[in-house]
Write a protein that binds this ligand. Structure first.
Ligand code: KIV
Length: 282
């Protein structure tokens, strides 16, 4: 039985932190599930960590659906959330609804996530009223990278923008979202937003007081060397570890240390002697 959005609310009501991790393929999804996370976000961060872009803007609905299909196929327990890519929900509530329906039906996810505050509330309302659970996303919105002038611009540092974010949080909750990601805000604002709304807040670069946390798989495992966000903790130097192992492989092949005879499959002696017999006849 998969974790549901009701479990999210129950955990928050009981004060149990919610753990969310991104995953995109068989390996990351199986590892995330084995680690016991409550939820997997098939994030548009895949644009950076899988596809090699600088930001999530080039990611399409088909891309996220493709990865969501893999993640839902190979996991059983975590709630899988599909991230709605840039411009797939911003044109009108009807456009958003059609694309969210595709994410649910084709991707097999249990919920969708979309970026935006007050301005997105009518869209969230429309989608939730059609029976699709929506996770909001306020604060630093990576899909607005070109408007913000970068992916690492903290939000809500002055009074006016902090007040707007508090308003955004309430609007997203009132529109019917079951939870919201709060990204890239000062820890104090992360706490204030969490106190202001009743639905779970899932923080990333928003301090320790949100109801849960979300992190990018590659950041936690040290696999993405392009940059290391301040908010992430590298639990293992994955890239260095794997590079050393793969270098060893290449050296072993060159030195004929791998494969050895133990790694080989052997022919039955009968087949072998038949082959030799044929050679003798020639
Ligand atoms: O795409 C993503 O991975 C995200 C999270 C970091 C919140 O949106």
């Amino acid at each position: 039985m998969r974790v549901t959005i009701r479990d999210f609310q129950k955990m928050t009501d009981e004060g149990t932190p919610i753990t969310v991790l991104t995953a995109y393929d068989v390996t990351s999804a199986r590892l995330a599930e084995a680690a016991g996370v409550d939820s997997i976000l098939v994030g548009d961060s895949l644009g950076m960590v899988i596809q090699g872009y600088d930001n999530p803007v080039p990611v399409t609905l088909d891309h996220v659906i493709y990865h969501a299909q893999i993640v839902t196929r190979v996991t059983e327990k975590p709630l899988v959330i599909g991230d709605m890519p840039f411009m797939t929900y911003s044109i009108s509530p009807e456009q958003a609804l059609m694309n969210c329906a595709r994410m649910m039906q084709e991707g097999g996810v249990g919920a969708v996530k979309m970026e935006g505050g007050e301005i997105l509330a009518p869209t969230i309302e429309r989608i939730v009223s059609a029976g699709i659970p929506v996770m909001g996303h306020i604060g630093l919105l990576p899909q607005s990278v070109h408007k913000l002038g970068g992916l690492r611009r903290m939000q809500g540092k002055d009074e006016v923008s902090a007040r707007q974010l508090l308003q955004d949080a309430v609007a997203v909750e009132n529109a019917g979202a079951f939870a919201m990601v709060v990204e890239g805000v000062p820890a104090e604002l992360g706490r204030l937003i969490t106190q202001r709304v009743h639905i779970p807040t899932i923080g990333i670069a928003a301090g320790p007081d949100c109801d849960g946390q979300v992190q990018v798989f590659h950041d936690l495992l040290g696999l993405f060397e392009a940059f290391m966000p301040k908010h992430a903790k590298r639990y293992v130097e994955g890239a260095a570890l794997f590079k050393a192992a793969l270098t060893q492989y290449a050296e072993d092949v060159r030195a004929r240390r791998f494969p050895t005879i133990e790694h080989a499959v052997h022919m039955s002696p009968d087949v072998l002697s038949a082959l030799f017999a044929e050679d003798d006849e020639d």
